[in-house]
Design a binder for this molecule. Structure first.
Ligand SMILES: NC(=O)CC[C@H](N)C(=O)O
Length: 220
């Protein structure tokens, strides 16, 4: 599987994403600097976690306006898979590729721990390797993970099965316990937890591996 990882100033989970993609798919991803306006021909573009531009303005707001993101939007429109984790999810909402916003955690504190997530929809290119309703344990690390969308948007997400994961024990105040959502076309997924941090036993578990295996499955 050919992939690219977009790196912004103060991304800090890019290396983990690169390692996970290479380990599971067997191919080294291309690394795209935020100022690059060209992205190689790939099956997947990953937006990694971090604190792009120091989280100034709103998390992900400045990154969303970078030259690389113009190309990400163009590729997403063509149906290329785009996978945003944590700050990557924030960038996706800031570009409007996914609805809603990630607000400051309800506790006003940075949350860094493992959480249980329920897989709500396995009919996506990111979750087909899991069982419907499976509970997986994945780390979160953020201060702005409190998912907000208005009532109409929430209803649409719920009715369309686009809430892909839910927190079993909500760590940040997200509406409807939402941890990750997908767009209508099912090629763009954003989630706050970090699956790239749990792909081999040496990291304490492999619950995140299924995301990368799912992406591979979806190409076959
Ligand atoms: N790990 C991350 O990607 C952090 C995301 C974001 N900057 C926050 O703290 O909310």
């Amino acid at each position: 599987m050919k992939s690219a990882v977009v790196v912004f100033p103060a991304s800090n989970c890019d290396r983990d994403m690169i390692v996970a993609l290479e380990k599971v798919t067997g191919q080294k991803p291309h690394i795209v600097w935020h100022q690059d306006s060209e992205i190689p021909d790939v099956d997947l573009i990953a937006l990694p976690g971090g604190f792009s531009f120091g989280d100034y303005l709103r998390c992900g707001a400045m990154a969303a306006r970078s030259p690389a993101m113009k190309e990400v939007i163009a590729r997403a429109d063509k149906g290329v898979n785009v996978f945003g984790v944590c700050n990557g999810f924030q960038v996706l909402t800031e570009t409007g590729l996914l609805p809603g916003a990630l607000m400051r955690n309800q506790s006003l504190k940075f949350v860094c721990k493992h959480v249980d997530l329920k897989v709500e929809n396995t009919d996506t290119p990111y979750t087909n390797a899991y069982e419907q309703g499976q509970v997986i344990n994945i780390p979160v690390a953020h201060h702005d993970g409190n998912y907000f969308a208005d009532d109409d948007t929430l209803k649409e997400l719920e009715d369309d099965g686009r809430v892909v994961f839910r927190y079993m024990d909500n760590p940040n105040g997200s509406r409807n316990d939402i941890a990750g959502i997908i767009n209508r076309r099912k090629n763009i997924l954003g989630m706050m937890p970090h699956p790239e941090r749990l792909i081999e036993e040496a990291q304490g578990g492999t619950d995140g591996r299924g995301f990368f295996e799912s992406m591979l499955n979806s190409l076959n």
